[in-house]
Design a binder for this molecule. Sequence first.
Ligand SMILES: Nc1ncnc2c1ncn2[C@@H]1O[C@H](COP(=O)(O)OP(=O)(O)OP(=O)(O)O)[C@@H](O)[C@H]1O
Ligand SMILES: Cc1ncsc1CCO
Ligand SMILES: [Mg+2]
Length: 260
Amino acid sequence: MTPDASLRKLRAQAPLVHCITNYVAMNIAANVTLAAGASPAMIHAPEEVADFVPLAGALTINIGTLSAPWVAAMHRAAETAMAHGVPWVLDPVAHFATPYRASVAQALLAQRPAILRGNASEIMALAGGTGAGKGADSGDSVADAEASAIALARRAGSVVAITGPVDFVTDGGRHITLQGGAEIMPKVTALGCSLTALIGAYAAIAPAFEATAAALLHFAEAGERAARSCEGPGSFSAGFLDQLHNLQPEDLKAERLTWH
Ligand SMILES: Nc1ncnc2c1ncn2[C@@H]1O[C@H](COP(=O)(O)OP(=O)(O)OP(=O)(O)O)[C@@H](O)[C@H]1O
Ligand SMILES: Cc1ncsc1CCO
Ligand SMILES: [Mg+2]
């Protein structure tokens, strides 16, 4: 499915996306998902996730502000998604920073997410390497993480996306890069987490690889447009939501994706 067809379908269906995300991202990720055209629900109680996942078109799990009850909910939600054929997306925020985080990320990876998205440092560390990440912020280049992403995609059977100044997507066989976005994007917290939610929205209506490419393209295009008229991270944030909403399907041009 082409990116423009994916956005058309997203807006026509407004899929319900079950997001287990962190306290920092909760609001902006919901607003990003809504602005793009889908319907987010931020639900993390272990008592209810198994009942909610089957209602959703996709599930996203982000470990940004994890704690034991949340981790129980994440595993239960992933297990339910697998049982019901609901595609799910993993965002392993800063998983290399502490042993607890690392073990949770590896255990979730074993539950076979359809898509994995992280910054360069997160993807390198998940594949077994060591990077220069500082908490939730990347300290490595996307190019240096490409081999890790390909190895990870093959090992996990997932589509893997690295985001940063350039984005890279692989399923272990096909690879694309996308140049674009805006330098100010990492100066607004949780935009990566919000992108994970948006990838979930597209995964509800398109195959994993195409869904990931469309979400990245939607982000890059909206980011560029918002950056043209912003005065800093605050006005960028507001303008970015406007642009995510105002973009039309024909604005997502497949030619912007470079195949390797
Ligand atoms: N220097 C940059 N130039 C252009 N776009 C960028 C740049 N850095 C990040 N982006 C874009 O910002 C978005 C978020 O990606 P990023 O890699 O910053 O996520 P992240 O590190 O997981 O963020 P967070 O953990 O704060 O949510 C992506 O769409 C990415 O393409
Ligand atoms: C800043 C921050 N801390 C934990 S999660 C998060 C959001 C960006 O990943
Ligand atoms: Mg992140």
